[in-house]
Design a binder for this molecule. Structure first.
Ligand code: SPV
Ligand code: MN
Length: 603
């Protein structure tokens, strides 16, 4: 529809803000912002273009009561509300023209979806301030990096993005109108008296691949709302698929070996399966959640598109996670806590924190020890999916190459999930194809609190990425098989399993044992240790583990434990192959080699 879009911008924006916007010489961008303003009707508009704007956003979050103050000026607390505590699989949909369907992916007719979202957005920002931020998804001036514009009426969301991503207004100004960028529109919708989004039944997260635009309404939980996090991730996977590179749900870490050499690993784990804790137990951290991987001179290189962590805080304790614990209790770090307990004396408490929880506020309202919900179940003081937002710049073990526009060379990829009874604690694949099929494509995990569904149920979660795939699993697997043609040196592939249990149901390994598995993988990458060849892969030689446990953890590694952990569980493996096969049978574009490899494994 024709209208004077400059008039709309002039009416809602101060001169100062409008000037900032017009410095980006991209009429299409101006027109789009005017469109969003016309539909959502914000009272005013604030552009986030430099770090000087961060304090304004932080104060706005406190003023709006989206965040609450604590005893420490740089620590704030946000509550999403009891029904908005995690990613909403059901209402997160990939919009496809003509109502195209993809097995195991939540798709929806694009025209219908856009019409629905337009209705939901109508007047939704009335009386509120709209924030517009310009960010990079990756290091600045890097061939890996994508760009994004975030529009939101939530100062909490904007505050998160200011911590989690690099501001990139300057690149927009420089490169417009020849800059590709993704677009995010978010509104928390109507908020109740405790600040929670009221219209949860109208919560929608719609991903429009065609326009590289994502809409998110009537929700606040970060995984549903922080545009550059899991919403951008879906667009990034799609773009990578079209262009032949990888966008992964993986950390990037450095592990030191003999002589101080540093070897880079990526690792894919579903949320709540030890991903962030593995990152912290490594020697350096590049990233803890996402990776963009492309070949550079024949070697796969990876960048972390983020500059901060939105991590699970549940269970973080001084014994198992000393570095992270110190970061989270240091008043000098800027931190947003979400869905923890905020005690009446202004302290933050989460499950794992020292001391006892005292009365205060939590994700479900007022909390006191022993509080029960309407079903008579005790309300935990902090939620299992409670989170922290912190800048990577606060980390003592940040990798020096985190801002390298060419990324770091990736020597190996790790895949792991919550598996009580099948996989050994660490195992190397025979080769790339074997690893992509039996480790990545066959990754299973028990569901965790990071999604709004019943936890504990085992499900296939290929590459730990299923929740975020905008294309079929078959195509995503093929993309990885084809990647082999693009590089001269393929990363090794490993699986890990931190969740193996004994006959009594107790975890066999301790949390810190991860460090030994990492060190063993580092030695394998360089050919410094032999391995035992089993039908499912290559496992450590007992004596090597004895040495590594002694050297890195100062503890014994009894042979009886080795036998328990590294025995090949044949019935469980056969059952797993059966389960995995049954899923892929339903996916028409599954590469044929997947069935070949599984059949061979079974034999
Ligand atoms: C995950 O759930 O994988 C996360 C957090 O990293 S969220 O932003 O919710 O996706
Ligand atoms: Mn994640």
């Amino acid at each position: 529809e024709e209208y004077d879009y400059m008039a709309v911008l002039e009416a809602r924006m101060s001169r100062d803000m409008l000037e900032k916007l017009l410095r980006i010489r991209d009429p299409e961008l101006h027109r789009w912002i005017a469109d969003v303003i016309r539909v959502t009707e914000p009272a005013m508009v604030y552009l986030i273009t430099s770090e000087e704007d961060f304090e304004y956003v932080r104060k706005a979050a406190l003023r709006n009561r989206e965040e609450l103050p604590t005893r420490y000026p740089r620590h704030t607390v946000h509550f999403d509300g009891p029904r908005d505590i995690a990613r909403d699989r059901k209402n997160t949909r990939i919009l496809l023209p003509g109502g195209e369907k993809i097995p195991f992916i939540n798709t929806y007719d694009r025209d219908k979806g856009l019409a629905e979202i337009r209705e939901l957005l109508r007047g939704i920002m009335r009386g509120r301030e709209m924030f517009i931020g310009f960010y990079c998804f990756g290091p600045k001036r890097s061939p890996f990096t994508l760009h994004a514009v975030q529009i939101t009426d939530s100062a909490y969301v904007a505050h998160n993005e200011n911590i989690l991503y690099r501001l990139c207004y300057d690149e927009f100004v420089e490169k417009a109108p020849n800059l590709f960028y993704a677009r995010f529109i978010h509104s928390a919708g109507e908020r109740g008296e405790n600040g929670w989004s009221k219209n949860i039944d109208k919560r929608r997260i719609y991903v429009d691949l065609h326009d590289y635009t994502v809409y998110s309404v009537n929700t606040q939980y970060g995984g549903n709302t922080i545009g550059l996090k899991k919403l951008m991730f879906r667009l990034c996977i799609y773009k990578g698929y079209l262009e032949g590179w990888l966008c992964e749900h993986m950390f990037i870490v450095g592990v030191r070996g003999p002589g101080g050499r540093l070897t880079y690993f990526t690792g894919a784990f579903p949320a709540g399966c030890g991903k962030t804790s593995t990152a912290f137990i490594s020697d350096t951290i590049v990233g803890d959640d996402l990776a963009i991987i492309k070949p550079v001179n024949g070697v796969p290189h990876g960048v972390n598109p983020e500059m901060g962590m939105f991590g699970i805080i549940d269970g973080v304790n001084p014994r198992d996670d000393p570095v992270l614990y110190k970061l989270l209790t240091d008043p000098s770090n800027e931190i947003i806590f979400s869905n923890v307990l905020l005690t009446d004396d202004g302290e933050v408490w989460w499950n794992g924190k020292e001391g006892e929880p005292r009365p205060g506020l939590n994700y479900a309202g007022r909390w006191w020890p022993g509080k029960k919900d309407e079903n008579g179940r005790e309300v935990p003081p902090s939620h299992p999916n409670a989170r922290f937002t912190i800048s990577l710049r606060s980390l003592p073990n940040l990798d020096p190459r985190v801002d390298d526009p060419m990324g770091v060379p990736i020597s190996a990829m790790i895949f792991g999930g919550r598996d009580p009874d099948t996989w050994v604690p660490v195992e190397e694949a025979f080769d790339w194809v074997h690893g992509i099929i039996t480790k990545a494509a066959a990754l299973e995990s028990e569901k965790t609190a990071a999604i709004l569904e019943k936890a504990g149920v085992r499900e296939l979660n290929p590459f730990a990425i299923l929740d975020f795939l905008p294309i079929s699993i078959g195509k995503f697997i093929q993309l990885h098989l084809d990647f082999a043609e693009k590089v001269e040196k393929l990363p090794r592939i490993f699986s890990v399993n931190y969740f193996l249990r004994d006959e009594q149901g107790r975890y066999i390994a301790e949390k810190v044992d991860k460090r030994v598995w990492l060190k063993w993988m580092e030695l394998r990458v360089h050919g410094d240790v032999d391995a035992v060849r089993t039908p499912t892969g290559l496992i450590p030689v007992y004596q090597d583990l004895v040495k590594l446990f002694e050297e890195h953890l100062g503890k014994d590694y009894p042979e009886s434990r080795y036998e328990k952990e590294f025995m090949l569980r044949v019935p469980q493996h056969l059952a797993k192959i059966e389960r995995v096969w049954k899923v892929y049978e339903q996916i028409p574009d599954t590469p044929k080699v997947l069935f070949d490899v599984l059949r061979k494994q079974k034999e």
